[in-house]
Design a protein around this ligand. Structure first.
Ligand code: ZN
Length: 433
């Protein structure tokens, strides 16, 4: 690929960027929280078909996935959880194949009044686009799609299979990406433009979710001593988990990928519910725990340690010792993943190519850093031997209020991905119909 052609690719992204920005705004209008992703998936499938892609739209089924490594348990069967994959037939199959993956689900917005503007009414200001999901990761979805559009505008398509995957369930289980593996999609590399600041993710933590259910003894508050307060009984359990978090973050168990990261393994008590009435001693409380582990650490061992920790916290109370809290695992059961540990030739080649393309677009070397969250990259890297590059735009306040993504960065990432596709897959002329 000569430098004139590269410049033509960059210009092609540039000249379609207004359209890309509008498309991103459209995506951000869909409140695609868990259970409500169907509308955006149909919209994306239509967008693919209008561009001449073959589409594969299917309902993911937990029973078909539960035997697979990397599966995360769910409480109920999926209702209308749709995945979408787009692909154009390739004539030459000369190059290396590629998966361009992204998730359409977003986390709940929280109370709308805490946003400056409503979370699903996106707007642009000062070079940023605001809205729930703008950064995480609807911008990335447009980077993948419009990178291929730019190549098509020049009359080219990848000279190897290139799958555009739009998946659900990234924010709670990853079972959407797993369903793509189960359906047989594979490639020589995968790229996921999650919003981590134009930095290549070198490693990601694993994540475990647990739900702790505490039963108390209800009573009228007039006879409080006859009751056991299930909300207050949960507090020592949370304190015990905080102590475990401190131990797990000890430098002794930290792998080198996380050197220099302040507090890599974060405990979160992310949701709490309990009780029925201000003047009744609460009979129940439930809280949700998110805890992280390092790449290479064993999920079952981590779960055992968490359960033992909660049991030890309960042992401090005469009541809880006899009435052990119930622990239910549903949601994330995600191993950590380190791209840095993958020294295979495809992984090395993919990293080097992306770094070179990043350098051309941004004029500076590509940095890499670990993240203290999980992404769907683990499925490709751990269970399908596909090196997975996580590289996406600059975003702020993802999972918070007034989430935003930097549009100039979205354009640069789209350009880097377009150059990466050209270099990785090679290009062939689109055959005129
Ligand atoms: Zn994300």
């Amino acid at each position: 690929m000569d430098s004139n052609f590269r410049q033509a690719i960059l210009r092609a992204v540039d000249s379609e960027f207004d359209e890309q920005t509008n498309f991103l705004k459209e995506l951000c209008r869909f409140p695609s929280v868990r259970g409500q992703e169907q509308a955006i998936q149909h919209f994306l499938a239509d967008a693919l078909r209008s561009r001449g892609y073959e589409t594969d739209v299917w309902q993911i089924d937990a029973h078909e996935l539960e035997h697979m490594p990397g599966f995360s348990p769910v409480l109920e069967p999926y209702a209308e959880a749709l995945n979408v994959v787009g692909k154009k037939p390739t004539r030459t199959q000369m190059g290396r194949s590629l998966i361009l993956n992204g998730h359409v689900d977003v986390v709940p917005a929280g109370p709308a009044f805490m946003w400056r503007n409503p979370p699903f009414e996106p707007y642009c200001e000062g070079g940023w686009m605001y809205g729930r999901g703008a950064g995480d990761m609807k911008a990335g979805l447009t980077c993948n799609l419009f990178a291929l559009d730019a190549l098509a505008a020049l009359g080219f398509q990848p000279a190897a299979d290139c799958f555009l995957q739009f998946v659900v369930e990234e924010e709670c289980t990853g079972n959407g990406a797993l369903a793509c593996l189960q359906r047989g999609y594979t490639a020589d590399a995968a790229l996921i433009p999650e919003p981590f600041g134009e930095t290549l993710v070198s490693a990601q933590v694993g994540v475990l979710w647990l739900q702790v259910r505490v039963k108390g003894v209800p009573s009228h508050i007039a006879h409080a001593s006859a009751g056991i307060n299930a909300i207050e009984a949960a507090m020592p359990l949370i304190s015990a988990l905080r102590a475990l978090e401190a131990r797990w973050n000890d430098d002794a168990r930290r792998p080198k990928e996380f050197d220099g990261v302040d507090h890599p393994l974060n405990l979160n008590i992310g949701r709490i519910e309990g009780g029925d009435w201000p003047s009744s001693v609460p009979a129940w409380s439930t809280f949700d725990v998110r805890m992280a582990i390092y790449p290479g650490e064993d999920l079952d061992a981590a779960e055992r340690e968490l359960r033992a920790c909660i049991a030890a916290g309960a042992a401090g109370s005469d009541y809880l010792r006899e009435n052990a809290p119930e622990i239910v695992c549903h949601g994330f059961r995600a191993e950590g993943y380190s791209l840095e540990r993958d020294t295979s030739e495809p992984a090395t080649n993919a990293r080097e190519l992306l770094a070179a393309m990043h350098q051309i677009v941004s004029g500076s070397p590509m940095t890499h850093a670990p993240i203290t969250a999980t992404t769907d990259a683990r499925f490709f890297g751990l269970y399908a031997d596909i090196p997975a590059l996580v590289y996406g735009p600059v975003a702020e306040r993802i999972h918070g209020y007034d989430e935003r993504v930097l549009l100039a960065s979205v354009k640069r990432v789209t350009q880097s991905i377009a150059l990466f596709i050209a270099g990785w897959c090679g290009l062939e002329p689109i055959k005129k119909a």
